[in-house]
Design a binder for this molecule. Structure first.
Ligand code: AN0
Ligand code: CP
Length: 318
């Protein structure tokens, strides 16, 4: 593997999950792969889980790791070509990328949607510039439209906890106070559409996701109907995708919060969320603290999804 920006890069998904579960049993078995190799993790946005789990994954593989927080201590970067740089941005991405790549063998990149230009966001211009100008393998740690390390960890978690061969998995929108990207639901849908699950998406009208990720999934505006008989409830807020509301909050309807009453509609279903989560908006304390909450093992599996991806990248670098 040279690049990891979406589900397609994993090839056979069942085999990728199998490989991840093998790695989980013995995470230090591939330490030789990363010897004298350096992982650079570039963050344009905040992170707790991705930063820790990806660094840990690199260390499990014997790599040295460097973390760069672009907005804390590095020069502010211009990303557009053809601009006169007389504002607050001191350096251009087109120099910064090849300089970064002098000091590493593999690059992870986190760069959220800016919501300034939908086309730029959905064409993934930032990560694609890293791919084009770094000369190094590049993987996503959540880019403008996708978070494939998260969705891979989610699928591993579903595989570990499922009680039936083909579980019902529901992705539900939930209210939030800030406009959030569509990356997490996009990637979750992308993975679930390829997995052996009965997949349903539910959200208020106007929160339709990009068709390229939804594909043939069942979509309903009726959350209760979607939750009926669910084995897994995956809650997430996202801002509107469709024009003219791209990147905007168009509803904060509190009746979409995941509560004990909502979970009672499910098949004793598990609760999932990528974290960070705002209690009282997305989910109640009782649900997230309850016995059916998978949020902690789900976060733990971020180490495994990252390690599987970096292992495959290192295997191709040998
Ligand atoms: C981000 C998002 O919704 O994409 C990161 C989630 C992993 N969440 C927030 O910014 C709160
Ligand atoms: N789930 C996730 O990616 O968390 P962080 O934003 O804390 O990395």
């Amino acid at each position: 593997m040279r690049y990891y920006t979406g589900v397609k890069d994993l090839g056979n998904l069942q085999e990728a999950v199998k490989e991840a579960l093998e790695i989980k049993k013995n995470r230090f078995a591939y330490k030789h792969l990363g010897e004298n190799k350096t992982l650079l993790m570039v963050f344009f946005n905040n992170s707790l889980r991705t930063r820790l789990s990806t660094q840990k994954a690199g260390m499990n593989l014997g790599m040295n790791t460097i973390v760069l927080d672009v907005n804390q201590g590095a020069w502010k970067l211009e990303t557009e070509r053809g601009v006169i740089m007389d504002g607050d941005k001191s350096e251009h991405l087109l120099e910064a990328i090849p300089v970064m790549s002098q000091f590493c063998d593999v690059i992870g990149i986190r760069s959220f949607a800016t919501f300034e230009n939908k086309q730029n966001d959905y064409e993934e211009t930032i990560v694609n510039q890293f791919i084009k100008y770094s000369g190094k393998p590049v993987f996503s740690m959540e880019t403008a439209t996708c978070h494939p390390l998260q969705a891979f960890a989610d699928l591993i978690t579903i595989e570990e906890y499922k009680k039936v061969k083909r579980p019902k998995v529901v992705l539900t929108w939930a209210p939030h106070c800030r406009a959030l990207p569509q990356a997490v639901p996009n990637s979750f849908a992308d993975f679930m559409n390829e997995a052996d699950v009965d997949f349903v998406i539910t959200h208020p009208e106007g929160y339709e996701l990009c068709e390229k990720f939804v594909r043939n999934a069942k979509v309903t505006y009726n959350q209760d109907e979607a939750l009926a008989g669910a084995d897994f409830v995956y809650a997430k807020n996202w801002s509107a995708y469709r024009d003219p509301n791209y990147g905007k909050i168009i509803s904060k309807d509190p009746s979409w919060t995941i509560t004990t009453e909502k979970m009672a509609l499910t098949n004793n279903g598990y609760f999932m969320h990528c974290l960070p989560v705002r209690r009282g908006l997305i989910v109640t304390d009782d649900v997230i603290e309850g016995p059916n909450s998978l949020v902690i093992p789900e976060a733990g599996n971020r180490e495994i999804s990252a390690q599987t991806v970096i292992k495959r990248i290192l295997e191709d670098l040998q």
